[in-house]
Design a protein. Structure first.
Length: 184
């Protein structure tokens, strides 16, 4: 048997599901504009939401929202994922560019950030490798190859610097260090 393929649309306009065109079982390859929030199977392209957007399976592109971006499947950020409050990604994530939130960035599965991950409150990325910079009051990553700057920084593996009030480098020479910590 052949797997079912989702219908594809180049544009989506949404007030709030189910008041959207096309319906949520479609994949969008182009532009999604959401007055409150939109929800679709997959999105490939530009995702703009006044409040937020939900992608059930795969997301590849740029996402901008006033409050939240949520992806439940594989996520590939190409340039920018920005939210006024939070970016929540439940499956594998690759960020090439900038992931920024006014509150928190939450990546729950194996992820890679190539660039900058910044949040006013916290970057909660237990299974993430940051190749660049992680900025926030609280920063958590599996591996950091670059720089963590915050009040509290926490990583298992560090090739670079941590600058903050308290820094945890779990496999480092200094497990905990105030102000600055380093690893090779």
């Amino acid at each position: 048997t052949q797997p079912a393929l989702a219908a594809i649309s180049p544009v989506s306009l949404s007030v709030v599901p189910p008041v959207q065109f096309p319906p949520d079982d479609y994949s969008i390859a182009g532009l999604r504009l959401s007055v409150i929030y939109g929800q679709h199977r997959d999105l490939y392209g530009l995702d703009l939401g006044v409040i937020g957007n939900i992608t059930e399976q795969e997301f590849t592109g740029i996402a901008l929202s006033g409050v939240f971006n949520m992806t439940k499947g594989n996520t590939n950020i190409l340039g920018l994922q920005a939210a006024g409050l939070t970016n929540i990604n439940y499956n594998k994530v690759t960020v090439v560019g900038l992931q920024i939130a006014g509150g928190m960035n939450i990546n729950t599965a194996e992820s890679n950030v190539y660039g900058i991950q910044a949040a006013l409150l916290a970057n909660l990325s237990d299974h993430t490798t940051v190749n660049g910079v992680q900025l926030g009051l609280y920063n958590k990553a599996q591996k950091v190859r670059g720089l963590q700057i915050g009040l509290v920084n926490d990583t298992v593996s560090l090739s670079g610097l941590q600058i903050g009030l308290i820094n945890f480098h779990r496999q480092g020479l200094f497990y905990m260090s105030p102000i600055i910590n380093f690893g090779f």
